[in-house]
Ligand binder design. Sequence first.
Ligand code: IFM
Length: 459
Amino acid sequence: MKFPPGFIWGAATSSYQIEGAAYHGGGGHSIWDMFGRHEGRIINGDTGEWACDHVNRYAEDVVLMADLGLQAYRFSVSWPRVLPAGVGTINQRGLDFYDRLVDALLANNIEPWLTLFHWDFPHELYCRGGWLNRASADWFADFTQIIVARLSDRVTHWCTLNEPQVYIGLGHHQGSHAPGMPMAFGEALRAAHNTLLAHGKAVQVIRAGAHKAPVISASHAGNFFMPAGDNPVDIEAARARNFAIGEKNFFNNSWFSDPMVLGNYPEDGLELFAADMPEIRAGDMATICQPLDYFGANIYWGRYGRATREQDFELVEAERFARTDLDWPVTPEVLYWAPKFYHQRYALPLVVTENGMANADAVTDGMVDDEARIEFMNRYLYEYGRAIADGVPCLGYITWSLLDNFEWAEGYAKRFGIIHVDYPTQQRTLKQSAHWYRAVIADNAVSQYQPARQRMASA
Ligand code: IFM
């Protein structure tokens, strides 16, 4: 399966998950630093204090990226590393770090894909109400301005927010992620509205101030649904189910992306959430809905179902699927259906800004045999290729993750990297999947999955 010429191959990380704490480098605390201090919130009491020590080892990590032939590296900027109090005085050491990282990437022909917010919200601003405070949109716009002023002579690819569904849903509603606030639904909706305003204002700041023509998006996640067959009625029911809002939570595929791309909250959500909706001021929806250059989607798995007589969508049993180390089902076809459905709704080209799996990896004789990840990536990419062959405009694939890292409430127990990290020594080891991915990038193609033995026999 050949991918189109110019298709972009990359890998992703995020600041808090790999860098090591911002406060060691003159930065401030993030809500994740504080969350980690509460006993029992993170498995094994892990924190991101040292993580992959990337802030000191970035040069070595960029060499590994270059060795794999990566064309893009998606990383995020830690807001409290740059602005210890979230606003006001800049921590020059923090800003300089990103400057050096960007230079190192470009020197190795790797395009920096910069995410402005991947969950490490400044603790000081959390104490001022965090995303619940409407001023958060302006705080974020001011932070964006600083990053644009310093890096936009070299950075062209911008992502405003990573997975608002998750940091609002888990962080501000369920409370299982930082800041650990099981808020009432109405409060979480208010935080959601403010984070959407922050997105819109950040896009405006980038467009107004970028030295180089910017390519802008946000990265979304949600519960995904697929048809259990190729019956058009099932396909239509699955499509509709993906964008329907039937529950009072944030893990759908329209509450955040409709306002950003279409300029409105979805009608069914407005109806269901009516009693909890925050104030929407005149002009808010226009601020949120700024022109975007592609749709960013973090896609890991989906559920199968079929249409019922009542035109509804009924889930079918999922037991037949293999499961990742996070117990997520392995459902490669989600990379066929999700791009299709997103493109139908939003009419934007698509980039898979995250996809990958947690696997129980270990180094044996200097090698990490993660055949399960090769199979996963191969099968998913093959399906993605089918969507592209069907005419869905897709610009790239960015795997999660470059390195094993701090997997939020799961701590370091779950390994998503194509590069193994031995945390006590900070030794990096390319997993077999990294070698496999290198070949995929070089060929700009994947074949149908064959187990390792067959691959070697036919090589
Ligand atoms: O590690 C996370 C990442 O920070 C956001 N998307 C999903 C990944 C795997 O859970």
